[in-house]
Design a protein around this ligand. Structure first.
Ligand SMILES: *[C@@H]1O[C@H](CO)[C@@H](O)[C@H](O)[C@H]1NC(C)=O
Ligand SMILES: *[C@@H]1O[C@H](CO)[C@@H](O)[C@H](O)[C@H]1NC(C)=O
Ligand SMILES: *[C@@H]1O[C@H](CO)[C@@H](O)[C@H](O)[C@H]1NC(C)=O
Ligand SMILES: *[C@@H]1O[C@H](CO)[C@@H](O)[C@H](O)[C@H]1NC(C)=O
Ligand SMILES: *[C@@H]1O[C@H](CO)[C@@H](O)[C@H](O)[C@H]1NC(C)=O
Length: 631
């Protein structure tokens, strides 16, 4: 039977997409697939979208409207966003839907800016985000959970998340008069080895029970048969994704094997690419982007450009990939996208706009210009306290326990960043010259023997073993840092953090004193009372330092970039906002993006938690341009 359905829904008193005046006439809002004519139908009329990805969770809400408008000005008629479960349910009993997590407001703003919306609620989103968007506590509640499968314990939490989300956005579906035309089921599920069709069917049923026929359900998979076989699910439109390096015709031919009729869709056309620490910054040439975009549009395809605006992985939200080795993603998600991390148009932006104008009429709006940036100069940082100091442990240590086996971050109820494991070493064997310490870090462990830094174990590098120089060593400290839970790779997604299988000469070390540090936000106030005096600079042998500095902003606040070039590895806070990880020792990202909404007129406070290296002069500076591609 030929799959044809055309919906016509009556809705009264709704806001029209093209005319934002309230009307009382009956409108017929719908979105559907016209299989016979290989098209979408928007309100009953043939339609194709040219969309761009912009994830609301990667920029402060103050900038949502600006970025959306710039997308509309480029000629796009839709915006695609993932929804990040961990943002909305950071703890099992805590839901957040306001502030930077106000997804409903984001969708309404898109509608105001005349953009339709493609919603990708996951529950797994990949997206180069910590744990692919899953909340860490899933691993705490059910340590042997099987994520992305029909494991009932996983589905229970998934169902509740989707209920919370979809009941909120349901009035914004196209059939109800809103801008949401497409809702994605899972995300590139065919790239995941589990290939659990029961799971995909169940997920479809859950999403369908809210969306009904008010929008089109779809899946997205890499353009290869294996991925589509495991990723598609009956009665959900199967679409594909591909970038500039592949052949448009061949790719759409593969899509046709799964959807013989209906519109051609590339749900992620890569305008740029993701970058990892320790690699060169990835770029995709504008000419290639334009050629492939033009070819897709010329055959009538609907396209979503991924990313159109990338933004930033603030705090601990960046994930990691396993393409062979474990490779953590940068803090910046600039992505070499048409709009930069700071929302500025690039030559790629204007070329894409020109290409779109061949197919859709451009709105009569002024094109964007590059925003002015603040040059807030040099800041002198004052070391306030060492992390291992009892007072710092008191201020920032949120969990302190003793355990025989080092517990995971998840077991400690900590989603991210730093846990200190301390133990006395067993007496060493005098007849053996090689005293070998082994441990598996997730993801990186600084090792201190008798209070002095010795070496680093790294999951990326596979360094998991060292030989002790002194047999009289008594005590070990392992400071473990998370670098992002895996978000992609054909591996288990249950990426527990901590230090595993720690032995000395194959004997377990035990017991452990464990201190979990919470650095969600640091207030100047907390540091105010500390009177300690720290003198160590350059390589930090006796442990990480917390440093504070002040700078004044006069006139207007503007975006700026914090240049961390002469520093080592750590995180930075401005007025309590966590800017994310820096790692200047390895690059390629040297600057952290500081959005103007994080600054205030008058005195501002910068705090660094530096793990490895403090320059002698203690200086750091703000500048007007980003450096993301330091070799
Ligand atoms: C662990 O904590 C206990 C109790 O505070 C203390 O006596 C002991 O010295 C600590 N051990 C190490 C290795 O830090
Ligand atoms: C000490 O070394 C000897 C000889 O290599 C070995 O037989 C013995 O098991 C070792 N003991 C420990 C505690 O590692
Ligand atoms: C891997 O190890 C090398 C040499 O020890 C070091 O320079 C580099 O920073 C490490 N890379 C990562 C990603 O940890
Ligand atoms: C620790 O060792 C056990 C037993 O060999 C192994 O199954 C497990 O995968 C190891 N853990 C890690 C994180 O490597
Ligand atoms: C900022 O301005 C205030 C008031 O003029 C001044 O007291 C303070 O020293 C300035 N701070 C810095 C870091 O320049």
């Amino acid at each position: 039977m030929l799959k044809t359905f055309i919906l016509v829904l009556s809705v009264s008193s709704i806001v029209d997409q093209t005319n934002t005046k309230e009307t009382n006439v009956v409108n017929h809002k719908s979105f559907a697939i016209d299989y016979e004519n290989n098209k979408f139908l928007l309100d009953g009329k043939p339609f194709r979208y040219i969309s761009g990805s912009f994830h609301y969770f990667r920029t402060p809400r103050e900038y949502w409207k600006d970025r959306l408008r710039k997308m509309r000005t480029a000629g796009l008629n839709a915006v695609s966003t993932y929804v990040e479960w961990s943002l909305h349910q950071p703890e099992v009993n805590k839901w957040v839907w306001d502030g930077d997590a106000d997804i409903v407001e984001f969708i309404k703003l898109a509608q105001e800016e005349n953009l339709l919306v493609l919603l990708r609620p996951g529950p797994y989103i990949c997206a180069e985000r910590d744990f692919g968007g899953f909340p860490y506590w899933l691993l705490k509640e059910v340590p042997d959970i099987k994520l992305r499968t029909s494991d009932a314990r996983y589905l229970k939490y998934t169902e509740e998340y989707l209920r919370q989300l979809l009941t909120r956005v349901e009035p914004l579906l196209r059939g109800k008069g809103g801008p949401i035309i497409m809702v994605q089921v899972e995300n590139e599920y065919g790239s995941f080895y589990a290939c659990d069709s029961v799971y995909m069917s169940k997920l479809k049923e859950i999403i369908k029970s809210y969306v009904k026929n008010h929008a089109v359900l779809y899946t997205t998979d890499g353009s290869n048969r294996q991925a589509l076989r495991c990723g598609h699910v009956s009665d959900v439109y199967a679409t594909i994704d591909f970038g500039t390096s592949s052949n448009v015709r061949e790719n759409f031919k593969i899509m046709r094997e799964f959807e013989p009729k209906g519109p051609l869709v590339n749900s992620e056309f890569y305008s740029g690419w993701l970058s990892h620490w320790g690699e060169s910054f990835q770029r995709v040439e504008t000419k290639m982007v334009i050629n492939v975009l033009d070819e897709m549009l010329s055959v009538g395809a609907s396209v979503n450009i991924y990313m159109f605006y990338g933004g930033t992985n603030f705090a601990y939200t960046s994930g990691a990939n396993i393409f062979g080795n474990y490779t953590p993603d940068l803090t910046s998600y600039d992505y070499d996208a048409p709009l930069t991390e700071a929302g500025d148009p690039t030559p790629k932006y204007f070329e894409i706009r020109k290409t779109i104008s061949k197919y859709l009429s451009l709105p009569d709006m002024p094109t964007p210009v590059i925003s002015s940036k603040g040059k807030y100069g040099i800041v002198s940082m004052r070391p306030v306290i060492q992390l291992f100091d009892p007072e710092a442990r008191y201020l920032f240590g949120s969990v302190k326990i003793q355990a025989n086996v080092p517990p995971t971050f998840e077991a400690l109820g900590l989603s991210n960043w730093l846990v200190l494991y301390e133990a006395n070493l067993p007496l060493m064997n005098n007849s053996n010259n090689n005293q070998e310490l082994k441990a598996t870090p997730k993801d990186r462990a600084l090792i201190y023997f008798d209070g002095k830094f010795s070496t680093t174990l790294s999951r990326s590098n596979g360094t998991r073993s060292i030989y002790l120089k002194s047999k009289s060593t008594k005590e070990i400290k392992l400071l473990v840092e998370t670098q992002g839970r895996v978000n992609f790779g054909n591996v288990d997604v249950e990426d527990f953090k901590g230090i595993f299988n720690v032995t000395l000469n194959n004997i377990d070390i035990s017991p452990w004193n464990v201190t979990g540090f919470r650095f969600d936000s640091i207030s100047e106030f907390a540091l105010g009372s500390i009177k300690s005096c720290i003198t160590e600079t350059e390589t930090l042998y006796t442990g990480p330092q917390i440093l504070i500095g002040h700078f004044n902003v006069t006139g207007e606040v503007s975006d700026t970039f914090l240049n961390t070039a002469s520093w080592g590895k750590g995180i930075a806070f401005i007025n309590g906002h966590n800017l994310g990880r820096y790692w200047s020792l390895i690059g390629p990202q040297l600057t952290l993006y500081v959005p103007a909404p994080y600054l205030i007129i008058g005195q501002n406070c910068l705090i660094l938690v530096e793990l490895e290296y403090v320059p002698k002069n203690h200086k750091i500076h703000f500048q007007t341009n980003p450096v993301l591609d330091y070799p």
